[in-house]
Write a protein that binds this ligand. Structure first.
Ligand code: NAD
Length: 740
């Protein structure tokens, strides 16, 4: 079965997300709603969405719009029809009646429902029709969430289901897990239960919402929104509807019922319009006090808002064993929450799936957990878990494990896919070195470096691993969300605060040396980024010999925002790329001015397609939809480049003062227009100095080392200024840039 044309019915949040993502996969799609104006508006919203649902705005042309009365005949040509209308069974039934009358023989019809079972959705269909009907449960936002659950039952044609899975995996890049027809499928059944446990236990143990979110967050390998933050994000009222549906669908004996009970405190919030971020606020709210925005958190006992308090639990790494063994209320809370989640998830095997691994993957892809419940159990240790856990009656999985006590029960990750992923390769690879910031694996005849810090920020140790790993062909890749958010600003500021600028200089020099090594060592280096690839992270990519980029990257040299210039070879490399353009051959100032504009404005690309015109990526760099394939595609490159020869060093002829003056004119204009302020002017001047080649003339040839030196000098000058330090501190505290 080939899918060449798709119709999506219902152009709300999910329908438009699905249509947009089909566009990204270059599949023509028609989006139908009750009225053409509604689907037209949806298309406009897709075009202007932030974060963007499209990887390239021009892809919008893949979407046609229409309405279900005048344009329904498009269904005749579709290979797949996705229904994403409101969650009302009567409306859905009517639509299926219409679709099956018109559809092409054998076309797949699916619903995006989150709570209605297939047996109910398909109750009016003939046996033949039932074969081709399934649920395709995408998560919001469709482009960014990795999980797609395809729900089937005994009536389905499995060959067709598998070919739909293949399409969704290869073309749409989704982590596609096939599940049985049970309430909430895999992700929501366990994910919503986990949220409810995290919430009810916080009430029970009397934690503040900031405390609960500080634990049920990063320390557990869970996104930092925590539970109360996530409730606000989803909508407190919507969560209540979701719970009602679970209460209705699940048997009374299901432990979900206990944690899904209405909490009076929450009912009061909803009744008063506190439905979360979309309402007046929720568990958190942004308040204005003396014209200052203040984040406030609600007190679960009094219902009053107070300025939110930062909770420091004094651990940055996910370390579940230490967390549950803490001798304080945070330790009690973590054990209580984690053990209940493990008990519940394992009680669902084999009922909702016989592959426990799929539950973990659903949590990783659909809720962005770094580990699912079973991997948490494996990390805590089987013996440790059973030494502490209370009764496990009616839990086949745990009973059997308590007998075998097999500490290695987990096996490999990502069993739902045949692709050889990093997650599958790591356990069989040899860990040859590690430090606090990165790890080196040897697999077959090549090395893998994975960064391991928060958001994979870079420091001296990260560079050390990269440098050591170039003794073999190297792939730089990671399982966590971000490739790298750039240089660790905390690390740099710790030195700056002590006035120890020598150590900063030493680090930057080592950064440069390492990047030069990546580019010119005798073995090829492939970077395989996804997520954030900013600042120093982007410099590593720029100086790798090959790049395989996932379609969801945010890429850019953003150093100027914190009052610095790229100094790990970023200025040099982008400048060199622009110097190779036809325009640069005619005008020596073209490339420096272009790069001045790009780096000066800290331009970022939100996809590889946007990155290419900025020359952050080259046309030959691979751009792929499925994150799971990053390793396999990188390996293929290494295999195809067994006779790799390092590139020749770049040379530059730059116009020095002449082009620098042009740049300063640009800065003066921005200053007069109040786009930049005093320090913006200083940063701009330093960037101009680097990109103009410093004290040079066009007839002098500069080496890469000359430009590295200019980058280093400007970086050091800037980091020593109080205003750059002010910018860095502000960004560290707020996540936002400071204009000064
Ligand atoms: P929505 O309310 O944003 O959009 C529903 C759209 O359907 C609206 O544009 C409406 O005009 C249209 N519609 C209603 N009746 C129609 C009809 N007869 N013919 C054509 N269009 C019709 O809803 P949503 O959040 O996009 O949810 C759609 C489906 O996806 C639901 O089944 C929901 O349970 C499921 N879902 C939602 C989410 C989520 O996060 N929002 C996640 C997963 C699944």
């Amino acid at each position: 079965m080939e899918i060449k044309k798709v119709v999506v019915i219902g152009s709300g949040t999910m329908g438009s997300g699905i249509a947009a993502h089909l566009c990204n996969a270059n599949i023509p799609v028609t989006l139908l709603d009750l009225k053409t104006e509604i689907s037209e508006k949806a298309r406009e919203k897709i075009y202007n969405s932030r974060p963007p649902l499209l990887i390239d705005k021009s892809k919008i042309n893949n979407i046609k719009v229409g309405n279900i009365n005048d344009d329904f005949n498009v269904v005749k040509d579709a290979d797949w029809v996705v229904e994403a209308v409101v969650e009302r069974i009567d409306i859905k039934h009517n639509i299926y009646k219409k679709i099956f009358k018109e559809r092409k023989a054998g076309a797949i019809i699916s619903s995006n429902t989150s709570s209605i079972p297939i047996k109910v959705l398909s109750q009016n269909l003939s046996n033949d029709e039932k074969k081709d009907f399934c649920i395709t449960h995408f998560f919001n936002p469709v482009r960014y969430m990795g999980l797609l659950e395809i729900v089937k039952n005994e009536n389905n044609d499995l060959i067709k289901i598998n070919s739909l899975k293949k399409f969704c995996e290869e073309e749409m890049g989704k982590g596609t897990i096939i599940c049985n027809d049970t309430p909430g499928f895999l992700g929501n059944r366990v994910g919503v239960y986990a949220m409810q446990v995290a919430m009810t236990e916080a009430f029970k143990i009397k934690l503040t919402i900031e405390e609960a979110d500080a634990i049920f967050g990063r320390p557990m390998g869970i996104p930092k929104t925590g539970v109360f933050g996530l409730y606000d994000l989803i909508g407190i009222d919507l969560m209540t509807d979701v719970l009602k549906s679970f209460i209705k669908e699940l048997p009374e004996t299901d432990p979900f019922q206990i944690v899904a009970k209405e909490i009076p405190f929450i009912k009061t919030l909803i009744d008063n319009g506190y439905t979360g971020r979309k309402g007046k606020g929720g568990f958190y709210r942004m308040n204005k006090i003396d014209n200052q925005k203040v984040l406030e958190a609600i007190n679960l006992e009094t219902g009053k808002y107070l300025p939110s308090k930062k909770i420091n639990i004094k651990s940055d790494k996910v370390d579940l064993k230490s967390l549950i063994n803490r001798k304080d209320k945070y330790g009690d809370y973590s054990w209580s929450v984690i053990s209940k989640i493990i008990k519940y998830a394992s009680s669902l095997v084999p009922g909702i799936t016989d592959k426990f691994n799929d539950i973990d993957e659903a949590m990783r892809l659909g809720f962005n957990w770094s580990k699912g419940p079973f991997e948490m159990l494996s990390e805590i240790g089987v013996k440790n878990f059973f030494d502490r856990v209370d009764e496990i009656e009616n839990n086949k999985f745990l009973k059997s494990l308590s007998q075998t006590k097999n500490e290695n029960f987990y096996g490999e990750r990502q069993k739902y896919t045949e692709i050889e992923t990093l997650g599958k390769v790591k356990p069989t690879a040899l860990k040859i070195d590690k430090n606090d910031s990165a790890e080196i694996y040897r697999f077959k005849d090549f090395n893998i470096v994975e960064f391991t810090t928060k958001a994979n920020v870079l420091d001296y140790n990260s560079m050390d691993c990269l440098k050591k790993a170039t003794d073999k062909p190297l792939i730089i890749i990671n399982e966590s969300m971000q490739f790298s958010a750039g240089v660790n600003l905390n690390y740099t500021m710790n030195f700056a605060d002590k006035g120890d600028f020598k150590s900063i200089e030493k680090f930057i020099k080592y950064f440069q040396e390492t990047c030069k090594h990546l580019k010119y060592s005798k073995h090829p280096v492939v970077s395989a980024p996804s997520g954030l690839a900013l600042g120093g992270g982007e410099e590593v990519i720029l100086q790798s010999n090959f790049v395989v980029s996932h379609s969801n990257i945010v890429m850019g040299l953003v150093e100027t925002l914190v009052g610095l210039v790229p100094a790990g070879g970023g200025c040099k490399e982008v400048l060199w790329r622009w110097c190779q353009s036809d325009e640069a051959k005619k005008d020596p100032d073209f490339a420096p001015l272009k790069v001045f504009d790009i780096i000066g404005h800290a331009k970022t690309a939100t996809s590889p397609i946007e990155a290419e015109p900025l020359k952050y990526l080259r046309p030959e760099d691979k751009k792929i939809m499925n994150r799971n394939s990053l390793l396999a595609v990188s390996r293929k490159i290494l295999n195809e480049n067994k006779d790799f020869k390092a590139p020749e060093e770049c040379k530059f002829n730059l116009n020095g003062k002449i082009v620098r003056e042009k740049m300063i004119k640009v800065l003066e204009k921005l200053y007069n227009e109040k786009v930049i302020m005093d320090h913006g002017m200083e940063v701009g001047k330093e960037l101009a100095n680097v990109l103009s080649g410093g004290d040079t003339t066009i007839d002098k040839t500069l080496s890469e080392d000359d430009i590295y030196k200019l980058e280093l000098d400007s970086f050091m000058k800037l980091i020593e200024t109080p205003k750059t330090q002010e910018r860095i501190k502000h960004t560290l505290a707020t996540g936002k840039p400071l204009m000064n």
